[in-house]
Design a protein around this ligand. Structure first.
Ligand SMILES: [Zn+2]
Length: 227
């Protein structure tokens, strides 16, 4: 993970810190300070060995779906991975007496309890031996969301399109509300479209990835000091 700094300050391998999955401790004890919420990442990797990329974000487009009864649902062909019954992690149900109540995932216990939300209650993946999650996204009340992917690129793609989907859903709900009438009901992806759209993007995300790389390379904001 990057050291605890803004993304635009990450410019060389010296800005990256290796952590142990088992407890999110730095491999090199002289590493620069890291993110307090690194337990989100370590506990998901620990719980689901098939996950190879985790993104945690505070994107404001997602937040309304963490604090209202409106459920985040897949609206667009690039976001079938959102699936049905997106879990919302309410950290207030998980605080221990001595936890700091700032909504952050500050320790391995909270990270582990967040990771469990990626399993559907009662499904096979709730067994400790399962290696892949049922959900690839979990919303976090008043805070943000976390996505899990099969690779870092896959996780980034999901994080970006979850945000895009939320923005489109919010706009659509507003239009439907102000237009009134049953013809304006928002049309979400059908259940039988979720699997195929999810499979389609497994090959489609590489185009988006190429664009995002070029955008980073082309902007003055980001520097690359070393290859
Ligand atoms: Zn956070």
């Amino acid at each position: 993970m990057p050291r605890n700094t803004a993304p635009a300050n990450v410019s060389s391998p010296k800005d990256l810190v290796q952590y142990r999955v088992v407890d999110a401790s730095p491999v090199d004890s002289n590493s620069p300070p890291g993110y307090v919420e690194r337990y989100i990442h370590s506990e998901i990797y620990k719980r689901f060995p098939e996950v190879n990329g985790v993104i945690h974000s505070h994107a404001p487009e997602i937040i309304p779906y963490t604090i209202t009864s409106s459920l985040l649902r897949p609206c667009i062909h690039m976001a079938g991975f959102i699936g049905r019954d997106v879990p919302v992690f309410d950290i207030s149900k998980h605080y221990a007496l001595d936890d700091v109540r700032d909504l952050l995932i500050r320790n391995a216990r909270l990270g582990g309890e967040l990771a469990e939300y990626l399993s559907k209650p009662g499904s096979a993946s709730t067994s400790a031996s399962s290696t892949a999650p049922d959900h690839s996204i979990v919303l976090m009340r008043g805070h943000g969301y976390t996505v899990a992917g099969s690779s870092p690129e896959d996780a980034i793609y999901r994080a970006v399109y979850a945000r895009e989907n939320a923005a489109i859903q919010t706009t659509s709900l507003g239009l439907a509300h102000f237009s009134g009438g049953k013809d304006t009901e928002v049309q979400y992806l059908r259940d039988d479209e979720l699997e195929d759209t999810g499979a389609m993007v497994q090959t489609a995300w590489s185009r988006a990835w190429g664009l995002w790389r070029r955008e980073v390379e082309a902007t003055e904001l980001y520097k690359c000091d070393e290859e």
